[in-house]
Design a protein around this ligand. Structure first.
Ligand code: ZN
Length: 282
């Protein structure tokens, strides 16, 4: 297995792994689904991955998951959560926000370690490209999908990777900071809307300092962590495809245009595999 340093950097981000409990998370035997789902609900607090997939979405989910697991990085990240000593990661599918996905329902233990998280995938995440402003990686896939160079399941697996990126990032965010942000962002926005949209208002400057940035900065930082992991997945997925440099050029262009402050995060992923694969990233 070509385990690059970057894979392990991301793996290490999520948790310091102690002794682990292996859960065979990849059994896709349809006849066992109802039993597994029942267990997923009953044991939702147990460490490992809990797939709570409505029957009607089971087939497409397996396709997306297979696509994710077709890469080294996808398997490494999946295994990390399947064997995780503390974190119960629930993955589910919902018909609302069908082309999007989200992460949440975070819980921490008394030691401040993340012990629960839920990734909710839309039921049609194999379609729909979010804007390049905040989603330079997922958006970059569009022309390759429309010309059939990649299928919808690659887009879906990229969205799953984006959500894994969120969960990994949250694992290294102190609970106190996360709670402070959840608490302060609405208050910040209320002031912002009433002061003539003045971010230099001393009260807002003080609040932003406390919560690690203004609400937009906090949000974009989170989204770009999701995108960085999406890029890590795609890099593995398309490395042998003729179009991989064209895809990376599109990502680079969007990052330079809209995410200049975060360029380093993406450049490191592009450069990880050695000069031959940098595709213009320096
Ligand atoms: Zn996101």
């Amino acid at each position: 297995m070509r385990a690059t340093r970057m894979i392990w950097m991301f793996v290490a981000l999520a948790a310091s792994l102690g002794s682990v409990n292996y859960i065979a998370a990849q059994k896709a035997d349809a006849t066992r689904n109802s039993e597994r789902d029942r267990f997923a609900v009953n044991e939702s607090e147990t460490a490992g991955i809990h797939e709570v997939i409505p029957k009607k979405y089971e087939r497409r989910y397996q396709e997306w998951k297979t696509e994710f697991l077709s890469t080294d990085i996808g398997r490494a990240q999946w295994d990390m959560y399947a064997k995780h000593p503390r974190l119960a990661l629930t993955i589910t599918i919902s018909g609302s926000n069908s082309k999007g996905a989200g992460s949440g329902k975070y819980k921490w233990n008394d030691a401040g370690e993340l012990v629960a998280a839920t990734i909710t995938l839309g039921s049609q995440i194999d379609r729909g490209f979010p804007s390049s402003v905040y989603y330079p990686v997922m958006n970059a896939l569009e022309p390759f999908e429309s010309t059939k160079l990649i299928g919808g399941s690659v887009l879906a697996a990229t969205k799953l990777a984006h959500e894994f990126g969120h969960v990994m990032r949250i694992s290294s965010t102190p609970q106190s900071l996360y709670n402070l942000q959840v608490q302060m962002v609405p208050a910040y926005n209320k002031i912002f809307l009433s002061n003539g949209h003045n971010v230099n208002d001393p009260q807002l400057v003080e609040m932003a300092k406390k919560m690690g940035g203004n609400p937009v900065e906090i949000w974009e930082d989170r989204e770009y962590w999701g995108e960085a992991n999406a890029m890590l997945f795609l890099k593995d997925r398309v490395e042998r495809e003729k179009f991989h440099c064209r895809l990376f050029a599109r990502i680079k262009q969007a990052v330079e245009e809209y995410a200049k402050d975060y360029e380093q995060r993406f450049a490191e992923i592009a450069k990880e595999q050695g000069a031959i694969y940098t595709c213009g990233w320096r």
